[in-house]
Design a protein around this ligand. Structure first.
Ligand code: ZN
Length: 306
């Protein structure tokens, strides 16, 4: 049995929120169907935020309902508050991802709350879900856990403190996000060790951006530190409108190539994953698509893990 690594494709959410133009709903759905057809089993398809803030996400309700019908797919939707969580549950999302910024500056810009106030919002969502959405999962993504373009250095003790407060509130799936892409591999390992020492297996995932070209190195550091859940975006799209300087997510295709080459089973067919760039390009023709594997092609020496 090969060891499994799970990749959550966040292109339709994180990837689109910085796109210059708006992807039409049918194009989004065609793209998500192609992503799922490659073997991706988790896709973050949108966020329930006011359309005036992020117009690219205005159709998230329809997109969640479409994605729900794809067999075997875990449909993830971001919700920054209880109202968003209610909308996500009503649309049928399997998992709600709630952001909690470690940096006070990013928290204010993105959520207009302090990090501790946002922890209380998460506790309120959990309490509501217990009665109203017992089958829905909740995960928290700790934004700016490795540095912030607004506040600069983020003390590791602060990451540990917020993660501990979330675990104390009952959150069982906590991820660390390098929202602006400032992390380095040594920092990734030491932060994972410190957070895990405090909250144990509640630390599940890593969300990485490639602003400084260290995204895949940081993913490898996370893998070596025991992380088996990664977010990534097809063609390396992405960024945060409230985190100046943030660039795209790590490239799903390149991450799958690395993992499968190392013998980790992702369940993803690399050729079909590359083929999912076509509906992305069709829906967003002006957007630059990134990725080394797409440039080089799948090398003849490649053997998938499974
Ligand atoms: Zn991100």
């Amino acid at each position: 049995m090969k060891e499994t690594v799970t990749i959550c494709e966040v292109g339709p959410r994180d990837g689109l929120q910085m796109a210059a133009s708006i992807m039409a709903t049918p194009a989004k759905c065609a793209w998500i169907a192609a992503l799922a057809a490659s073997g991706l089993r988790e896709i973050e398809v949108g966020s329930f935020v006011p359309a005036r803030l992020i117009p690219q996400m205005a159709d998230t309700d329809a997109v969640v309902r479409f994605a729900r019908a794809i067999p075997g797919l875990t449909v993830v939707a971001l919700a920054p508050n209880l109202r968003g969580a209610e909308a996500a549950v009503a649309a049928g999302a399997h998992r709600i991802s709630v952001p909690v910024s470690i940096s006070a500056g990013h928290s204010r810009a993105n959520l207009n709350r302090t990090p501790d106030e946002q922890v209380a919002v998460v506790a309120g969502i959990l309490a509501w879900m217990q009665d109203n959405a017992p089958g829905t999962e909740l995960e928290v993504a700790c934004s700016t856990a490795f540095g912030c373009s607004i506040d600069g250095i983020i003390p590791q003790a602060e990451v540990v403190r917020i993660a501990a407060a979330l675990a104390e509130a009952g959150v069982t799936q906590i991820g660390l996000a390098d929202t602006v892409g400032y992390a380095n591999p040594a920092q990734i390992k030491s932060t994972i060790r410190a957070v895990r020492a405090e909250i144990g297996p509640a630390l599940v995932g890593l969300h990485l951006h490639d602003t400084l070209g260290l995204g895949i190195a940081n993913a490898l550091a996370g893998l070596e530190a025991g992380i088996r859940d990664f977010d990534a975006a097809l063609a390396g799209l992405g960024g945060c409108p409230f985190a100046p300087g943030a660039s795209g997510n790590i490239v799903t295709e390149d991450l799958v190539f690395m993992l499968e080459s190392m013998g980790f089973d992702t369940g993803i067919d690399l050729a079909r994953l590359l083929a999912a760039r076509a509906p992305l390009h069709a829906g967003l023709p002006d957007e630059t698509l990134h990725g080394q594997l797409a440039k080089a092609g799948i090398p003849r020496i490649f053997h998938p893990a499974a």
